[in-house]
Design a protein around this ligand. Sequence first.
Ligand SMILES: CC(C)(COP(=O)(O)OP(=O)(O)OC[C@H]1O[C@@H](n2cnc3c(N)ncnc32)[C@H](O)[C@@H]1OP(=O)(O)O)[C@@H](O)C(=O)NCCC(=O)NCCS
Length: 202
Amino acid sequence: MTDTPILPMGYSAVPAGKVATVVTCLEMRARPAPRAVNAGTLRLERWHRPSLEQYRALFRRIGADWMWVSRLVMADAELETILHDDKVEVFALVDGERPAGLLELDFRQEGDCELAFFGLVADAIGQGAGRFLMEQAISKAWAAPIQRLWVHTCHLDHPAALAFYRRSGFSPYATMVEVMDDPRLTGVITRDAAPHVPLIEP
Ligand SMILES: CC(C)(COP(=O)(O)OP(=O)(O)OC[C@H]1O[C@@H](n2cnc3c(N)ncnc32)[C@H](O)[C@@H]1OP(=O)(O)O)[C@@H](O)C(=O)NCCC(=O)NCCS
């Protein structure tokens, strides 16, 4: 039997096999002024009714190190219903011929748009592609009759993400704590993914 550690006041232990994260919800209620961005070799392509396999492959490639797993564990029928809904717009960011990122805008809630997924492949990060993708996201979202564009991010996402969203015009409005099964231990992503996040071995 292992001894239960004595925790300082206000702290809660994360059980073995779980991972904890703080989630921040952010929103913008008016379209920000457009920014000039240099597209270079980048282009955004609408991805109509993507195959689940191809979608999950890009999702995994972008998100494994940030522990994106929601779309990997979702039942096929449920994911297909979302991705094939006319009110959900999926885009692939392409650099030349190489996939560089994923953008998903969800208009299913009337008056709202959720920036449901927003991310770049590892070798596209930190070179201006994020700003290009955000300008596209904002422009496409606010082209629809919405009152609010919102997003949530957590501290398992890229460490620059929260500040990037705030610089993009989003303001935080809610904070939540999430405790989930560590997907590296359940086999959803590989055990060596997200090496910066310690495993709490059962
Ligand atoms: C969050 C994320 C999209 C941010 O993208 P990024 O590549 O770091 O962002 P960029 O390099 O485009 O932009 C960062 C800043 O550097 C500037 N910049 C960097 N390199 C540049 C270049 N070569 N040319 C022009 N500007 C450049 C950008 O203009 C931007 O400045 P600004 O915010 O003041 O406009 C990216 O880190 C990512 O995809 N991470 C993994 C997935 C993830 O965590 N997604 C968020 C989940 S909610």
